[in-house]
Design a protein around this ligand. Structure first.
Ligand code: UDP
Length: 495
């Protein structure tokens, strides 16, 4: 393969998108030797750069695109979703449109230097506008969906088929899914529930998704074998090639972003979690985390603690101030049952970790037996790649559809709650935790299923001579396709 080719990549500015983009960049570069430029705002580039420096095998180029958040009613210096209030996320989306001209200039500079455009621009599913940029500079665009196929399919179908308020019943069919499939109103996140096509969210999402349908193909951060149904639906809907490429978290590079961020939390050493897990018995610990940016309501937090304590199971809980409080502010003991933290510490039953924990290291530890998760796609894949069954508590974006798939298609999850407003009762928390963590019955079945999925993921990324797994084959096919587009373009130009 021609290693003098160049690819430009443009992730959306959120932790859960930057990580899979970086993983994809690593995959492509290792396989092809292509030059890869990752473009983003200065702050996100700084973040990515420091991550890369811990991995001496990667050499990417980084391009800082000028970005001005002040025109979009955002807190000063906002460049990503970290600590951004939920009601301001849509402003960040609109502000991201200001990256369009800088991206075009970046590609123009590459053309000036190299005498031809990059072979493609890989852009986030939220940046459909990059399709126009690619066309205008004589290259192709590939959309990268950092979510899974099933969840992405439901999410794009919802945005393209507004409004949903008019649904009479609580349950509704989803365009693009078989007629027998029913989705529930509570699975629409709050912005979709209010969307009518004219609101700020719809005005951003609808055109972006439509543009992405004009890409020359989609990359999906998933594994062919684990969601065949979702992929079948997505391919039928898009009528485009969809390449599923997954980077298994290897021990050398795993959670490097995570480690750095964990290291910044005062008093929390990632090693502390691992030392604590070392003292527990196999499959006995429930890990609880709601991703990089969520927290739960105050009463939900109280009930979760009550249920946890009553279940008698060991746990690591990544804990943040509840909804409505400053996520960076101090944690108040009154948010938990009286004496809860001391009881857990003294009995060594529970470890409360403030704000951020080394997730992959925890999930890959033999003591971890289940994951109470918001079902963000990275968390789902990290859990499945380690064979850990899930207790779902989807909160936003496409998480409810990920959760639905884990329960209905994969049989390795039970949903505990939905959304940040839902009523949670300690008794139910206890029941679900026991169900999933017991060594027999449903819990054991889920553990077996999760172990099978782990094997499927391992075989998808296998790359030993002739034995190439589905993920490696998809990567090769993607590269072949974009190279052939280059040939088509050159032929047209010569004519
Ligand atoms: N993460 C972590 N420690 C935490 C919380 C999150 O390392 O305490 C990482 C997690 O491993 C995953 C990412 O943050 O890679 C979260 O991405 P996901 O798609 O699950 O959720 P999002 O944050 O986008 O809602």
């Amino acid at each position: 393969m021609g290693s003098d080719e160049h690819i430009v990549m443009l992730p959306y500015m959120a932790h859960g998108h930057l990580i899979p983009f970086l993983a994809l960049a690593r995959q492509i570069q290792r396989r092809t030797g292509f030059t890869i430029t990752i473009a983003n705002t200065a702050l996100n580039i700084q973040y990515l750069r420091s991550t890369i420096s811990t991995d001496s095998n990667s050499s990417f180029r980084f391009a800082e695109l000028p970005f001005c958040s002040s025109d979009y009613d955002l807190p000063p210096n906002t460049e990503n979703t970290e600590n951004l209030p939920l009601n301001k996320i849509v402003n960040l989306f609109h502000a991201s449109l200001s990256l369009k001209d800088p991206l075009r200039r970046l590609v123009g500079d590459i053309i000036d230097k190299e005498g031809r455009p990059p072979i493609c621009i890989i852009s986030d599913v939220f940046f459909g506008w990059a399709v126009d940029v690619a066309k205008s500079v004589g290259t192709v665009n590939v959309t990268f969906a950092t979510g899974g196929a099933y969840g992405t399919m439901a999410y794009i179908s919802l945005w393209r088929n507004l409004p949903h308020r008019s649904t009479d019943s609580d349950e509704f069919p989803m365009p693009g899914f078989p007629e027998s499939y029913r989705f529930h109103r509570s699975q629409l996140h709050q912005f979709l529930r209010a969307a009518d096509g004219a609101d700020m969210w719809s005005r951003f999402m609808q055109p972006q998704i439509s543009h992405c349908l004009e890409s020359c193909g989609w990359l999906c951060n998933s594994v062919e074998e684990i969601e065949p149904f979702g992929l079948q639906l997505l391919r039928k809907y898009l009528k485009l090639p969809v390449w599923t490429i997954y980077k298994h978290p290897s021990s050398s590079s795993r959670s490097s972003i995570s480690r750095q961020r964990a290291g910044k939390e005062p008093g929390l050493a990632p090693e502390k979690c691992i030392e604590w897990l070392d003292l527990q018995s196999p499959d006995s610990v429930l890990y609880i985390s709601f991703g990089s940016q969520n927290t739960i309501g105050a009463s939900q937090m109280m009930e979760l603690a009550i249920g946890l304590e009553e279940s008698g199971k060991a746990f690591i809980w990544v804990i943040r101030p509840p909804l409505g409080f400053d996520l960076n502010g101090g944690f108040r003991t009154e948010w938990l049952p009286e004496g809860f933290e001391e009881r857990m510490r003294e009995s060594k039953r529970g470890l409360l970790v403030r704000n951020w924990a080394p997730q992959l290291d925890i999930l890959s530890h033999k003591s971890t037996g289940a994951f109470l998760s918001h079902c963000g796609w990275n968390s789902v894949l990290e859990s499945l790649s380690q064979g850990v069954p899930i207790i779902g508590w989807p909160m936003a974006a496409e998480q409810a559809y990920n959760s639905k798939m884990l329960v209905e298609e994969m049989g390795l999850s039970v949903e505990l709650s939905r959304g940040i407003q839902g009523v949670l009762v300690g008794e139910e928390v206890k029941r679900v935790i026991e169900l999933v963590m017991e060594r027999e019955g449903k819990g054991e079945g889920m553990r077996k299923k999760a172990a099978e999925v782990k094997e499927q993921i391992l075989s998808a990324v296998r790359d030993e001579g002739e034995e190439r797994g589905s993920s490696v084959k998809a990567l090769d096919d993607f590269v072949r396709t974009i190279l052939s587009k280059r040939t088509e373009q050159s032929t047209m130009l010569n004519l």
